[in-house]
Design a protein around this ligand. Structure first.
Ligand code: NAP
Length: 449
């Protein structure tokens, strides 16, 4: 069952369905935002008069192109790549690039749409965009990854620029891929334009704490949700899905704040370690050796490996979905609630289905939606852009402190907005409205463009 839409918003949603057939993830992301916006149109009728919602649902520009490259055997491979430049009311388009075989236009549009509001919530001057390709990096050699990235950038470079569009990493795109992409951009343009990419290596314009930022930020947000309920993360049992960039650093910060993390996963299975996850071992397996998470149980006898297991059946007080979209459904939410979960914060983008969110909300669980809870990554990307613009390089401590302040502000903003619009403690409503109002105000100010 889905919640009803305001009568002014239903036709807008129907038009989104008609204009974007088959793009189910995009439909889901739009609907989730529209469900919050009814009271906004009452307070700000000019947004309806100026058709701001219809405009915001239509990307400013969508680029689709082929990426031909040769594999190690000399065989020609052809992938498809996307860049959706969704909204630039607050600044240059900003959002990551994803390499995963599931990527198609609907996924990139859902991610780009969410990014608009997330970026607004950070308080930084960045618009929303997203990109990616159906290229599958799993099992590919370094040389193949490099040739793919170079071929992709040979087309993409003409659409980027530090004042135009600034990509970063996402699933399947880490510092290695950003290096190859940035290198090709630099070669083609003959410009050392550091601010055109974020997530760069430290010696070539990257920011300290960027790698850690999304996961750390998600945990800072979780800690604020606990504080708002006069509680703390310290001593809580925690489960984190995924074992990629976001998951690893969410686990690291949760542990440092006193939580006990007992499970994580990858797309093949789940590891459960009742003694607490050995994070150095996870980093060695995932960041250095690039192996499957099953290797953890081979090394660590206290751990169980559940092939094709469901991580949400592991009892916990805090659940941090940090892998991918729609990885936590209504049944999973019910299981978590039955097992005593208190807080859920989304490190990934849209990992909880609408039904799961409804169950959490009805059960009074503290629920931090991705566009607020994982905004620390893009916020620190904006800090990287600041450092690049001033040719400066901040310490880890300074950057992490800025990140923490930003997450505290985002939490405060979402919480206050949820109260102002009659849904106290509902961070979904708070995040959607606070993000939307900021972008919509700028769009009205700039006229019909
Ligand atoms: P990553 O480093 O590539 O890690 C992704 C993790 O999720 C891997 O462990 C992967 O397992 C797992 N995973 C991916 N698809 C899955 C599936 N269909 N089922 C189960 N597990 C799956 O990517 P990431 O940067 O951590 O991104 C994770 C999530 O956070 C994404 O939703 C992304 O959009 C969001 N996010 C990332 C950032 C950032 O700064 N990186 C910022 C904001 C939000 P396999 O290795 O088996 O595929």
């Amino acid at each position: 069952m889905v919640a009803g839409l305001d009568e002014k918003l239903e036709p807008i949603y129907q038009e989104v369905l008609r204009r974007n057939p088959g793009e189910t993830e995009f439909h889901q992301a739009v609907r989730e935002v529209l469900e919050s916006l009814g009271p906004v149109l009452v307070k700000y009728p000019e947004f309806a008069d100026r058709k701001i919602i219809q405009l915001i649902c239509e990307p400013e520009r969508q680029i689709i192109f082929r990426v031909p490259w040769q594999d190690d055997k000399g065989v020609t491979q052809i992938n498809r790549a996307f860049r959706v430049q969704f909204n630039s009311a607050l600044g240059p388009y900003k959002g990551g690039i994803r390499f995963h075989p599931s990527v198609y236009l609907g996924i990139i549009k859902f991610l780009g749409f969410e990014q608009i509001f997330k970026n607004a919530l950070t308080g930084m001057p960045i618009g929303g965009g997203k990109g990616g390709s159906d290229f599958d990096p799993k099992g590919r050699s370094d040389g193949e990854i490099m040739r793919f990235c170079q071929s992709m950038m040979t087309e993409l470079y003409r659409h980027l620029g530090e004042y135009t569009d600034v990509p970063a990493g996402d699933i399947g795109v880490g510092q290695r891929e950003i290096g190859y992409l940035f290198g090709q951009y630099k070669r083609i343009t003959n410009r050392y334009e550091s601010g055109v990419f974020t997530g760069k290596g430290l010696s070539w314009g990257g920011s300290r704490a960027r790698k850690e930022a999304t996961g750390y930020g998600t945990v800072f947000f979780t800690e604020e949700m606990f504080k708002a309920r006069a509680d703390a993360l310290d001593g809580k049992t925690c489960v984190v899905s995924g074992s990629g960039n976001v998951a690893i650093y969410a686990m690291e910060k949760a542990m440092s704040l006193g939580a006990k993390v007992i499970a994580c996963s990858d797309s093949n299975g789940v590891i459960v370690d009742k003694d607490g996850i050995d994070l150095e071992l996870v980093k060695q397996i995932k960041e250095v050796e690039r192996r499957r998470i099953s290797a953890y149980a081979e090394e660590k006898k206290t751990a169980r490996y559940l092939e094709d297991g469901n991580i949400w059946t592991v009892p916990c007080q805090v659940a941090l979905p940090c892998a991918t979209q729609n990885e936590l459904n209504g049944t999973d939410a019910k299981t978590l609630i039955k097992n005593g979960v208190i807080a859920v914060a989304e490190g990934a983008n849209m990992p909880s289905t609408p039904e799961a969110i409804r169950f959490f909300t009805e059960a009074g669980i503290a629920f931090g939606p991705g566009k607020a809870a994982n905004a620390g990554g893009v916020a620190t990307s904006a800090l990287e852009m600041q450092q690049n613009a001033s040719r400066d390089s901040w310490t880890f401590e300074h950057t992490e402190e800025r990140l923490r302040e930003i997450m505290v502000d985002i939490h405060r903003n979402c919480h206050q907005t949820s109260e102002e619009f009659g849904a106290p403690g509902n961070y979904v409503v708070g995040a959607n409205i606070a993000g939307f109002v900021k972008v919509a105000g700028a769009m009205v100010a700039m006229g019909v463009i």
